[in-house]
Design a protein around this ligand. Structure first.
Ligand SMILES: Nc1ncnc2c1ncn2[C@@H]1O[C@H](COP(=O)(O)OP(=O)(O)OP(=O)(O)O)[C@@H](O)[C@H]1O
Ligand SMILES: Cc1cn([C@H]2C[C@H](O)[C@@H](COP(=O)(O)O)O2)c(=O)[nH]c1=O
Length: 228
């Protein structure tokens, strides 16, 4: 007779930082580490992650619009993403690795563009509740890896790489405000964040990412060896 296995708890990890901070480069490292540890991984991103949200992403990145329209599209895309992808994956016990989530809205639309943070907090609650097995609970990442990099370093990494979109083409002062926005989000909920010093070589950054996850008991500490 086979022994029934305990279903694993779903894990929701988000990756944050200014454009060019190095988030995307390290999602693959962490996905591989979780896969090696026997977990099923869903990799996704915001804005985006569903057909509808990917269409909204195209508009957000390339179409001029006023600040409220931008905020509503970001949260509309997020609701679809939560309902269609994130909640079902978590209910199946998977690890969801999401390239940006709501901290980006507070950092870019809030700190960057100057949009009212209290309104953002109301929308956050509205959009991130009424979901899954605990509809009264607001869905948030279990862990947010914040890649902290000086705007000049990030800009140098992106220089010439691709045609800049509506956000990437913002001036250095905008990204300095966005970085302060991330710092404020971490200060308000330090238990949910791990700050990653993203300025060093890739291997060092990857080691910090794996250590932050291992420290929470979600990966064996030794899983870091060989990845990066
Ligand atoms: N530690 C690092 N050292 C040097 N270059 C790096 C490092 N990490 C990433 N890069 C390079 O910097 C560029 C930006 O990295 P990446 O796309 O991962 O950043 P990102 O935070 O996801 O950016 P975006 O939000 O704009 O997509 C890429 O060319 C990548 O190869
Ligand atoms: C989720 C989210 C994203 N943004 C901005 C931040 C980036 O400039 C782009 C997304 O592109 P990337 O490939 O992840 O760099 O969108 C935002 O302004 N607000 C948000 O909530």
């Amino acid at each position: 007779m086979s022994t029934p296995t305990t279903p694993q708890r779903g894990l929701f990890l988000s990756f944050e930082g200014i454009d060019g901070a190095g988030k995307s480069s390290h999602i693959e490292t962490l996905a591989q580490a979780f896969t090696d540890a026997g977990r099923t991984v869903t990799r996704t991103r915001e804005p985006g992650g569903t057909p509808l949200a990917e269409q909204l992403r195209e508009l957000l990145l390339h179409q001029g619009m006023d600040a409220l329209t931008e905020v509503l599209l970001v949260f509309g895309a997020r609701r679809d993403h939560l309902v269609q992808v994130i909640e079902p994956a978590l209910a199946r016990g998977e690890v969801v690795l999401c390239d940006r989530f709501t901290d980006a809205t507070f950092a870019y639309q809030g700190a960057g563009r100057g949009f009212d943070a209290q309104v953002l907090a109301q929308l956050e609650r509205l959009v991130q509740t009424g979901l899954g097995a605990q509809p009264g609970r607001m869905r948030e990442p279990d862990l947010t890896l914040w890649f902290d990099v000086e705007p000049e370093v990030a800009a140098a990494r992106l220089a010439g790489a691709r045609l800049p979109d509506r956000f990437e083409s913002q001036p250095a002062q905008f990204f300095a405000r966005v970085a302060r926005g991330y710092a404020a989000r971490m200060a308000a909920a330090p238990w949910r964040f791990a700050r990653i010093d993203g300025a060093g070589p890739r291997e060092e950054v990857a080691a910090q990412v794996l250590a932050a996850v291992a420290a929470r008991g979600w990966l064996p500490a030794a899983t870091g060896a060989g990845h990066g």
